[in-house]
Design a protein around this ligand. Structure first.
Ligand SMILES: *[C@@H]1O[C@H](CO)[C@@H](O)[C@H](O)[C@H]1NC(C)=O
Ligand SMILES: *[C@@H]1O[C@H](CO)[C@@H](O)[C@H](O)[C@H]1NC(C)=O
Length: 471
């Protein structure tokens, strides 16, 4: 639904009567984009109905499996549909879309755009009707529907992203290859894209997820690690070998291991790194066999919730993987609670080098590494975060910046960067979501001159305000 909403929002921004030639061109572009999206959407609806029966069958299998693995899951998974936040979100989203289409229609008058909007409105109305019907008739089908919507949304996102990339490639520099650090640091963060609720349910508000942070575009490994409901113990995790498997919640391996503390874990080159429960030990688990291969203390690191992040308890040791290696972010008594960064030797877990930052760790909401640069976040409100501080380990320099991130729910738990796709994987109060990151391209990669676009050059409404300072 998201891309459709974005599209509608874009159309909404156009003044009702535009007579200038460039604007007419823009409107025509938008209309053909809308048509394409609707075509895609209809195709997906067809596909979804074909898959529907299969999804239900799968869901029944999952229900069986659920009963067999009661110790893992909360047996009370089938609650009233109206009480699940995911359902309410979906409903809200659809209602928002309905309101938006109605408003747009009143603005559009009689034109080709009005026809398109009429089609869209009907689809949106149908979708929310069937959602309500479903809620009343059969609660158990909800998960299947949600999965379908997730897939649909994922594919629409994909379609939108391709379009964006295509448009972007017409203007600025070439896209950054996977694992490349040929850039001048973070420029902006895209909108949050919500994938799904974590597999253990909404009561598992704390946790982490991501993609193996070793740069390897060919064999993606996705991992999902919701903590127990107390927000402290890390015990179960799942691995998926493709994005589609993750979206469809299938073909996964589920493992249980010795306890970890908090949501600071990460996956780097097929090993999971985490803080061993109740200690300042780093633990390293081989993901091909779920065996603990190494455990050793991190010298000086405080633990047991001594200097965790604001609103995210038990995250004393926060692991991060990037293009330059494996890192751990933590605080010591000597640093007076300020964040320190150490690069680890991934085979021996020895500290290779340590840098001290000027930021008090409990005042931050989280941090991640990209190309050897630490980026720290703080909460601005329940709906927004700011990346406000960067520390470059290649030259020891720090700087302040302001890049805003929207969030769906209040707290960002696990925050993990993947160099393969330049995405930030965030666990947001039980929901798996991600952001696309954009980096400042190098000066010498100047784009060819853009086609002349007099006066019609509006800033995209989706541009996140960013203010790279210093550097
Ligand atoms: C919406 O539902 C009506 C009635 O079931 C149907 O005739 C119509 O084709 C549907 N529209 C779309 C766009 O799916
Ligand atoms: C890690 O340490 C081992 C043993 O000291 C050494 O052989 C290896 O080169 C180190 N790895 C890296 C990436 O520095």
């Amino acid at each position: 639904m998201q891309p459709v909403l974005t599209l509608l929002a874009t159309l909404l921004l156009l003044p009702p009567v535009l007579l200038g030639q460039p604007q007419v061109q823009q409107l025509e572009q938008l209309q053909s984009m809308a048509k394409e999206l609707i075509g895609e959407y209809e195709q997906q609806l067809l596909w979804v109905s074909a898959e529907y029966a299969r999804a239900i069958e799968e869901q029944e299998n999952q229900a069986l499996e659920m009963i067999q693995t009661q110790e893992i899951r909360n047996p009370k998974t089938i609650t009233s549909l109206y009480e699940t936040p995911a359902f309410n979100l979906l409903l809200l989203e659809l209602e928002g879309a309905q309101a938006l289409t109605t408003e747009l229609k009143s603005k559009a008058g009689a034109s080709r755009a009005a026809d398109l909007l009429h089609q869209l409105q009907e689809q949106v109305t149908n979708a929310s009707l069937s959602l309500k019907l479903l809620a009343d008739s059969d609660q158990r089908n909800f998960r299947a529907l949600q999965q379908e919507v997730d897939v649909l949304q994922g594919q629409l996102n994909e379609c939108e992203r391709e379009k964006e990339q295509e448009q972007a490639s017409r203007h600025p520099g070439p896209p950054l290859p996977p694992g490349s650090c040929a850039h001048r640091g973070l420029q902006k963060v895209g909108r949050p894209l919500v994938l799904q609720l974590n597999w253990r349910g909404i009561s598992h508000k704390a946790g982490a997820w991501g993609r193996d942070s070793a740069p390897s575009p060919d064999s993606p490994l996705y991992w999902v690690a919701p903590l127990r409901t107390d927000g402290r113990y890390f015990d179960y995790y799942r691995l998926h070998k493709s994005y589609d498997d993750l979206v469809m919640l299938k073909n996964y391996e589920q493992w249980k291991m010795g306890y970890g503390d908090g949501s600071g874990n990460t996956v780097y080159k097929n090993f999971m790194y985490f803080n061993y429960y109740g200690t300042n030990d780093i633990a390293k688990v081989d993901l091909s066999s779920n065996t603990l291969v190494l455990q050793r203390p991190l010298p000086g690191a405080t633990y047991n919730n001594r200097f965790s992040y604001a609103s995210v308890p038990w995250k004393d040791l926060d692991f991060a993987g990037d293009e330059k290696g494996l890192w751990v972010l933590y605080a010591t008594e000597e640093s007076k609670g300020n964040l320190v960064v150490s690069r680890l030797n991934a085979s021996t877990l020895e500290v290779e080098e340590t840098w001290r930052t000027s930021q008090y760790k409990p005042a931050l909401s989280g941090a991640f590494m990209a190309c050897g640069v630490l980026y720290a976040l703080r909460s601005l409100s329940t709906r927004q975060e700011e990346i406000f501080y960067a520390f470059d380990t290649t030259n020891g320099q720090e700087r302040h910046l302001s890049i805003l991130l929207d969030k769906m729910l209040e707290t960002l738990h696990g925050i993990n960067y993947s160099p393969s796709d330049h995405r930030l994987y965030v666990y947001n109060d039980g929901y798996l979501m991600y952001y696309d990151l954009t980096f400042l391209t190098l000066k010498h990669t100047v784009s060819r001159p853009a086609a002349k676009r007099p006066s019609g050059d509006r800033a995209s409404p989706r541009l996140v305000k960013s203010k790279p300072s210093g550097s």
